[in-house]
Design a protein around this ligand. Structure first.
Ligand code: GLA
Length: 559
């Protein structure tokens, strides 16, 4: 059976049937029974949401997933091409690449690991070609490297790829998994359900796992069809999928059963009340660095946004790329310690959207309260052009103070702000900060941006741009010098611009007025023989021993 064979419903935002055996069905009215701060997905400002760290669920007594589980899974890149060799090489690569040290712990085999029938005793059998020495040999290999092994089954008569399911065989299968040394079970929803509800079917497997002498994480994968966030912890679930399957793309068209990263962000956001230590919303596995036929994949900027947003949402981080052959960029994204610390923060809050200009192309501000009182703040640009996104320490939910330190989580640079937090964010980009009260000995916070009414220019023609510098720091700046870097062969005027005596940024405690910014016009002209394409311009401001930089894409179009 093919991957798609079990799926008859292809609607992206359809209404869920109570116990659907198909997938791709997703509820938008997710807040049944919740005290729904953030229930409206497109609230423009929701200060209460940012300051309320309250939980819908009592923390469960499970200690298996106190922070969101981290690991790797075969499905997103390899689909049915699983084997002992792949698993072992992946375990080695997790160790060698530093991913294990960064926290990636589970090595998870997804669908297609078994033969098409149970054996004469009713036992599941690992495919002898893919796993010639059985699953236990792989478990040993993985455990010897300090990692844990996960496996996949389905709470129906078959798996989504058509292999035997566990419904009616829960005790036997759970015992087998335990005997093999399995540490994590992703339990899917495909196959016939014999009229049993999802709660009944997942409870059965939970009880079967409990009856073994091994601690096995139960990862519920019923695609959010039956509001698993309302019952997942009660049936021993440490995490539950909230949506249909992710694919490596930014956003999917309306008529597909799978979703892009940004679609999933919208579906997972209203569920923040249900996440907490031991029980997590699972917006599906990571597509960072995933390159598969039939899908566009994500750009480097989109990969970073995907990863950063999963961290903001306290999502399980299960890498889905080929870690044996990943680029340095992919590895750097996946092992970014400061972003991982946001995901793994012990308070376990799922961040919320607190500002939204609305629509598919909007800009958003997200805030996640952290255990030490700081806030993780993310500025998300869904638009296809660079956008300036601005928020304040008050809006993100921090108590008033005379100054704050904002640490940029991508470049690790601290800056001091009187209250404004902002950045010029590239198309599909995500600026991310950790913001806390008090001024560290760090550079003044500032923002530089480039704007124009018309982001296009003809060959040999001029385009006027406005470069704006905004001071966020609690002190005035004497001199700011700005340069604009255009591609080779382009004319650009002036060579530099100097702004003087820029007032301190506005403070949450009141204070300075609006004169904390300065702007100037710049004229750029590409050569006559330039090719039609997008060209990057970069503006850099230098002030008080520090710099602030932004880029902007100008499109050359011949008429
Ligand atoms: C479902 C799950 C996926 C994957 C496949 C395997 O689609 O949602 O994550 O496990 O099944 O067939």
């Amino acid at each position: 059976m093919t991957e798609e064979a079990n799926r008859s419903d292809s609607s992206k935002i359809g209404t869920a049937s109570d116990d659907s055996i198909t997938q791709g069905v997703m509820r938008r009215s997710l807040m049944k029974g919740a005290t729904a701060a953030g229930a409206g997905a497109f609230v423009s400002t929701n200060l209460a949401a940012a300051t309320d760290g309250g939980k819908q669920m009592e923390d469960s007594d499970s200690t298996l997933a106190e922070t969101p589980p981290m690991g790797w899974n075969s499905w997103n890149t390899f689909a049915c091409n699983v084997s002992a060799g792949l698993l072992k090489e992946t375990a080695d690569a997790l160790v060698e690449s530093g991913m294990k040290e960064a926290g990636y712990e589970y090595v998870n085999i997804d669908d297609c690991w078994m033969t098409e029938e149970r054996d004469e005793n009713g036992n599941l059998t690992p495919d002898p070609e893919k796993f010639p020495n059985g699953i236990d040999a792989v478990a040993d290999y993985v455990h010897e490297r300090g990692l844990k092994l996960g496996i996949y089954e389905s709470a129906g008569t078959n798996t989504c790829a058509g292999y035997p399911g566990s419904l009616g065989h829960e005790e036997r299968d759970a015992q087998m998994f335990s005997d093999w040394g399995i540490d994590y079970l992703k339990y899917d929803n495909c196959g016939d359900h014999h009229g049993l509800s999802a709660i009944e079917r997942y409870t059965r497997m939970h009880e079967a796992l409990e009856a073994t002498d091994r601690e096995i994480v139960l990862s519920i994968c019923e695609w959010g069809n039956n509001d698993p966030w309302t019952w997942g912890p009660d049936v021993g679930g440490s995490l539950w999928r909230t949506t249909g399957d992710i694919k490596p793309l930014w956003t999917a068209t309306e008529d597909t059963w799978y979703h892009g990263v940004i679609d999933i962000v919208d579906m997972n956001e209203p569920l923040s009340n249900y996440a907490g230590p031991g029980h997590w919303n699972d917006p599906d596995m990571l597509e960072v660095g995933v390159d598969i036929d039939g899908y566009p994949g994500l750009s480097e900027t989109e990969d970073r946004t995907h990863f950063g947003m999963w961290a903001m949402m306290a999502a399980p981080l299960i890498a889905g790329n080929d870690v044996r052959n990943m680029s340095d960029t992919t590895r750097a994204i996946l092992t970014n310690e400061e972003v991982l610390a946001i995901d793994q923060d012990p308070a376990g809050n799922q961040g919320r959207r607190i500002q939204n200009t609305g629509g598919a192309d909007g800009t958003e501000v997200w805030s996640k309260p952290l255990a030490n009182g700081d806030r993780a703040v993310a500025l998300l640009n869904r638009d296809d052009a660079t956008s300036t996104i601005l928020t304040s320490t008050r809006e993100v939910g921090l108590d008033d103070a005379s100054a704050y330190t904002a640490r940029d989580l991508w470049d690790g640079v601290d800056t001091v702000t009187a209250g404004l937090i902002g950045a010029s964010v590239p198309a599909h980009g995500l600026a991310m900060f950790r913001v806390g009260r008090g001024a560290k000995d760090a550079a003044p916070g500032a923002m530089i941006s480039i704007s124009t009414d018309e982001p296009t220019v003809g060959p040999g023609e001029s385009r006027e741009l406005t470069v704006t510098f905004t001071n966020h720091a609690p002190n005035a700046l004497k001199t700011v010098s700005v340069t604009l870097e255009a591609p080779d062969g382009w004319e650009s005027e002036p060579a530099t611009a100097t702004f003087r005596d820029i007032t301190a940024g506005p403070s949450v405690e009141g204070g300075s007025g609006p004169e904390n910014d300065a702007s100037t016009d710049w004229t750029v002209r590409p050569p006559r023989d330039v090719e039609s394409d997008g060209y990057e311009l970069a503006a850099t401001a230098e002030f008080a021993d520090s710099t602030s930089k932004t880029t902007f894409e100008l499109t050359v179009e011949s008429s």
